[in-house]
Design a binder for this molecule. Sequence first.
Ligand SMILES: Nc1ncnc2c1ncn2[C@@H]1O[C@H](COP(=O)(O)OP(=O)(O)O)[C@@H](O)[C@H]1O
Ligand SMILES: [Mg+2]
Length: 147
Amino acid sequence: MKRIINEMKLRLPAISVNEAVARSVISAFMAELNPTVEELGDVRCAVSEAVTNSIVHAYKDLPEGEVGYVYISARLYDVGEVSVEISDNGCGIEDVALARTPAYTTGKLGERCGMGFLVMESFMDSLSVKSRPGKGTAVLMRKKLNP
Ligand SMILES: Nc1ncnc2c1ncn2[C@@H]1O[C@H](COP(=O)(O)OP(=O)(O)O)[C@@H](O)[C@H]1O
Ligand SMILES: [Mg+2]
């Protein structure tokens, strides 16, 4: 049985500066596991894509002046594994399988390239996406370091 050696929870307003904040926080949090530069880059990138999605897509229909939140919950395990869950209470995703298709995007033409989920999938060992339309989305990712 793997054991949790550290954990954190973070709630950030879904505004664009917080993509960089999330990246920095996850780096600092993971330091204890002595990740390689490559592993650190992978997790930072995956977290950045998930947080960006909550910022860009989840709350796009919120009335002007209202702000939603992105929730980040991370754990370190004694087997050298990191898990990160990024969730929001936004619009949710109608068809998760379709959303995960490479190059699929509901973003404005030329602004987004629809590769976010592919990046998360390829940089992490596992990715699970749970979403309820009108309720929100949760993305759970895991990666074993120095395997
Ligand atoms: N947190 C989220 N809330 C609502 N919709 C989302 C969320 N994350 C992803 N999506 C949907 O999934 C699509 C694909 O996401 P992604 O692969 O990151 O591509 P992109 O962000 O470039 O559109 C998005 O265009 C959006 O429709
Ligand atoms: Mg994206």
